[in-house]
Ligand binder design. Structure first.
Ligand code: ACO
Length: 329
């Protein structure tokens, strides 16, 4: 049986740190409110003129270095993003060119904050089917360019970042760095809970769409909160069941970082101690499709992820979409 082995990981966030105190001078908010209601202390924001492909390229380069792999060895690039450089070409193609990965097929996947796990699932299927040997999977987003910086409901939450994983086909029976399973879910009836109405074929960019603020993120945070908790808990149960795992078998949970209270609620419902949950929201905020791969990479670097660990990754985002994956490290 062919399976995907993770041969490299990488993350890249902008250097520019924006603290809650800085936000206090932009909108009517406070460091106390943001920390208490979201868990965020600071976030990374890209400078003007830096596109999301720059972050994705940075993460990919680091994953390639980690795997000691030549870009020409990549067969496919799958990039989860909803904040591409532009509608076309795909950001994956832009990254392919920047990397010099001339042999790779490249395309984007739109699943918002679940984008990385969707991309991972697609990459894993191409490897399992035998079609490709090496797939670069990236989650990258740049919400700083899509939030209304005068709206405190959203501008305090989102951030910019990118994370990547390199998958390689293996037929070995060894359970080391293996993508055991991926599970994808969607419910389009909840699409109005989080969306960007302008700039597509429904509301093409015009003076009116600009004036009406249709290019900014619209979010019903409260309603999303409840849906997100239930969906992610369900996705965790599916992942556990399909791998014949008990909750106690999980060594590390790598969840989407939308709100510390969402993560705490999931941990409580699953009866998993917070010590087993990777948290990066305090210093990185919600970087959408980038949260899971950057948190995974960070867990490796800080020693929170150990050889032999069973990892449960889970995400939720606009669509709405949600997803989970079990990785045997
Ligand atoms: N600073 C101070 N006060 C604020 C701020 C702020 N930044 N934002 C909102 N408030 C106020 C509100 O106006 C409200 O005031 P009121 O009671 O006078 O009306 C009060 O705080 C409470 O507002 P709520 O919306 O009820 O606050 P809540 O505790 O629900 O937190 C939040 C809001 C953080 C958005 C939360 O609902 C949340 O995290 N939701 C989930 C987000 C999510 O999951 N997104 C999906 C993934 S992201 C993706 O896919 C790209």
């Amino acid at each position: 049986m062919i399976r995907s082995k993770i041969i490299g990981t990488g993350a890249y966030v902008p250097d520019r740190v924006m603290t809650n105190f800085e936000l206090e001078s932009i909108v009517e908010t406070s460091d106390k409110w943001i920390q208490e209601r979201t868990g965020i202390k600071e976030r990374r924001i890209a400078l003007d003129g830096i596109p999301v492909s720059h972050l994705a390229f940075g993460a990919a380069e680091r994953a390639l270095k980690d795997a000691m792999l030549d870009p020409l060895d990549i067969d496919m690039i799958v990039l989860g993003t909803v904040t591409p450089d532009m509608p076309m070409p795909s950001t994956a193609c832009i990254v392919q060119h920047k990397l010099g990965a001339a042999r790779a097929a490249a395309f984007d996947v739109s699943a918002a904050c679940s984008g990385f796990l969707y991309a991972l699932s697609i990459g894993d299927q191409f490897i399992r089917s035998g079609m490709y040997r090496r797939v670069l999977v990236i989650g990258a987003d740049m919400f700083s360019k899509f939030v209304d910086w005068s709206n405190r409901d959203t501008c305090v939450l989102f951030s910019d970042g990118a994370g990547a994983m390199l998958l390689e086909a293996t037929t070995s029976k060894q359970e080391s760095r293996i993508v055991k399973s991926t599970h994808l879910f969607s419910d389009g009836s909840q699409g109005d809970k989080l969306y960007i109405p302008g700039g597509g074929s429904l509301n093409p960019a015009s003076h009116e769409t600009l004036y009406d603020g249709l290019h900014y993120v619209k979010m019903r945070g409260n309603e999303l909160f409840k849906i997100a908790v239930k969906a992610m808990v369900d996705a965790c149960h599916v992942a556990l069941e399909q791998n014949n795992l008990r909750v106690e078998d999980i060594d590390l949970v790598v969840p989407h970082q939308a709100n510390i209270r969402i993560m705490e609620a999931i941990a409580k419902k699953l009866k998993i101690p917070m010590e087993k949950v990777m948290v990066t929201i305090d210093y990185y905020g919600n970087s959408s499709a980038a949260t899971v791969p950057t948190a995974f990479d960070k867990a490796r670097r800080v020693g929170k992820l150990q050889e032999g660990d069973t990892v449960l990754a889970v995400a939720f985002g606009a669509g709405v979409t949600w997803a989970s994956s079990v990785i045997q490290w």
